[in-house]
Design a protein around this ligand. Structure first.
Ligand code: LIP
Length: 264
C-alpha cells in the first residue's frame, strides 16, 4: 500500500468514525441546500475534518468537496493535485438511520484519478483502488460479477433531489424492469458503484455530482467494470469526470444496457 493510500484510508476511517458517533449522539441538525438537498451538521463536521487532514499533510493541494468547495471545476486541468471529497455520500440514508452511507475520497493528479477510497463505517467496509493496482474490499481483491444475461441482472440507479425530467427517469426504470431481473435504489451512488465492483450488483446508471462517483468509478474500473455514459459527453470534458448519464457495468452487460438506456 502506498503512503498516499495509507493516508487516504486513515482519513476515511477517521471521518467514518466521526459520522458514526455524530448519529449515535442523536443530535443531528438537518438543513436543506437550495431548499431541496439535505445536509446535516455531521456532513459539515466530516468535511472539515477531511479538509484539515489534507491541508496539514498537503498544503499545496486543492480540494473539491461537496460541503465546502463545490465550485472547483475542470479538475483535470489543475496544475496541482486535487482531492475530490464527499464526506457523506447517501446523506438522506444517513439522516434516516439507514446503514447505506459512505465517506468518499478520490485523488486526482495530472488529469487522472489515481486513487479512490469509499468507506462505510456502519458495515466497516472499506473499498479502495489505485490506478493499475486492482480493487480491494478490506484488503481482499474484488472483481465484477460475470453475469451475461440481462434477464438475470440486478441494476442499481438513483434520482436527483430536484425531480426535473422525472418522466424520462421513469421510462428508463420501466425499460430496465421490463428487460432485467430487478432494480435497486440503495441511496448512495458511491456504494452502488462499489457494490458493482464487488459483484453484488450487475449494472448501475445515474446522473450525479463528481464527488459522488470519483472514487468509486476508479474502484469499479480496477475491478473490471466498463465505465461510460449512455448520453453524449461534451468534447471539452474528460469522460472520467463527466457526471451526466453515467453507465457502469460488467463488460458482458455494458453494451446491452447501453442499447437499452439509449432507446428508452
Ligand atoms: C446522493 C447520491 C445518490 C443520488 C442522490 C444524491 P449525496 O449523494 O449518492 O446516488 O441518487 O440524489 O446525489 O447527496 O447523499 O452525497
Amino acid at each position: 500500500m502506498t503512503e498516499l493510500m495509507n493516508f487516504a484510508q486513515s482519513v476515511a476511517r477517521e471521518a467514518g468514525e466521526l459520522i458514526l458517533c455524530e448519529r449515535e449522539q442523536a443530535d443531528l441538525v438537518h438543513d436543506y441546500k437550495g431548499g431541496d438537498e439535505l445536509v446535516t451538521n455531521a456532513d459539515i463536521k466530516a468535511d472539515q475534518l477531511i479538509r484539515t487532514r489534507i491541508e496539514q499533510r498537503f498544503a499545496e493541494h486543492r480540494l473539491l468537496s461537496e460541503e465546502s468547495s463545490p465550485e472547483l471545476q475542470r479538475v483535470w486541468e489543475s496544475e496541482v493535485p486535487v482531492w475530490i471529497v464527499d464526506p457523506i455520500d447517501g446523506t438522506v440514508n444517513y439522516a434516516h438511520g439507514h446503514i447505506q452511507s459512505a465517506v468518499s475520497i478520490a485523488y486526482c493528479e495530472h488529469g487522472q484519478i489515481t486513487l479512490g477510497v469509499v468507506y462505510n463505517p456502519f458495515t466497516d467496509e472499506l473499498f479502495s483502488a489505485e490506478l493499475g493496482q486492482g480493487a480491494k474490499l478490506n484488503g481482499a481483491t474484488i472483481r465484477v460479477a460475470e453475469e451475461t444475461n440481462l434477464r438475470r441482472a440486478i441494476i442499481a440507479t438513483g434520482f436527483p433531489y430536484i425531480k426535473e425530467g422525472i418522466d424520462d427517469m421513469v421510462e428508463r426504470v420501466r425499460s430496465i424492469l421490463h428487460h432485467c431481473a430487478d432494480i435497486r435504489r440503495l441511496g448512495s451512488a458511491a456504494l452502488d458503484i462499489c457494490w458493482l465492483a464487488a459483484g453484488r450488483l450487475d449494472g448501475y446508471y445515474e446522473s450525479l455530482s463528481l464527488w459522488d462517483f470519483a472514487a468509486a468509478r476508479l474502484i469499479a474500473a480496477e475491478a473490471g467494470a466498463v465505465c461510460g455514459h449512455f448520453g453524449a459527453v461534451p468534447e471539452d470534458v474528460d469522460p472520467q469526470f463527466f457526471n451526466k448519464n453515467l453507465l457502469i457495468a460488467n463488460p458482458a452487460l455494458y453494451p446491452q444496457l447501453l442499447e437499452l438506456l439509449q432507446q428508452s
